[in-house]
Design a protein around this ligand. Structure first.
Ligand code: C5P
Length: 218
């Protein structure tokens, strides 16, 4: 698909990477997401002529070419950045591996290990894609589901619960694909029995297949 294709001029918002939920300035809860899948989707959308806004958690990746990027740390910052941009977008693709919990208390100074104790009180973070999808109007919202068991059933349930237009299911029990690896293998599900399997293939090629699927449904 070229620059003249269905993504041309569309405003696309993508979340990528992990979030970090700090306990103090040097300790946090996070996960091994590299950001590669989200960045590949951003680059591929830009190459197809979309106007791309990328809201990224901490990653070691360079800013993708031709993409507006805002770097954030926590789930709360990611939600705030996405809220500011959501009304001006046509498509949201939520790839970020947002931390599900954060410490109830965040200290401004590094704590001595003796003073923290061995029990950490946690609270849930806000579900970014579900929050935005609840107010989506005619925007198209895509989520990801990384699972190690019951991949397709869990993904389908998640799509319905979060009011998504498509969900990209990703089996992260296989270390050769998913999360921090260069390759991926996914199944894309839609509400009406729509189903596309992609890979195993490099994440940029998977990104192309995901945009083909999205474009076919816009
Ligand atoms: O519920 P689960 O974390 O498996 O859902 C994954 C999907 O939801 C992904 O699209 C992810 O980006 C999104 N998500 C989110 N905010 C959260 C948790 C997940 O946007 N707090």
């Amino acid at each position: 698909m070229s620059r003249g294709g269905p993504l041309r001029g569309r405003r696309v918002l993508i979340t990528a990477g992990p979030t970090r939920e700090h306990l103090d300035p040097v300790r946090f809860l996070s996960n091994p997401s590299s950001g590669r899948m989200g960045y590949a989707l951003a680059e591929e959308a830009a190459a197809r002529g979309a106007r791309v806004m990328l809201v990224s958690g901490p990653t070691a990746l360079e800013d993708p070419a031709g993409v507006e990027i805002e770097r954030v740390t926590s789930a709360a910052e990611m939600l705030a950045a996405c809220r500011r941009r959501f009304t001006a977008c046509d498509v949201l693709v939520a790839v970020a591996a947002v931390a599900d919990f954060r410490p109830v208390r965040r200290y401004g100074e590094k704590q001595r290990k003796e003073s923290i104790g061995l029990t950490l009180e946690l609270e849930p973070t806000t579900d970014i894609v579900a929050t935005l999808a609840a107010e989506k109007g005619d925007r198209f919202v895509v989520g990801f589901a990384a699972e190690t068991t019951d991949l397709l059933d869990s993904a389908a349930a998640k799509m319905e619960r979060k009011r998504l237009d498509l969900i990209v299911a990703n089996d992260v029990s296989d270390p050769a694909v998913g999360f921090a690896s260069a390759d991926n293998r996914v199944v894309i599900l839609g509400p009406d029995g729509f189903r596309v399997e992609l890979g195993p293939a490099p994440k940029r090629s998977i990104a192309g297949g995901i945009w083909d699927a999205i474009a076919s449904r816009l």
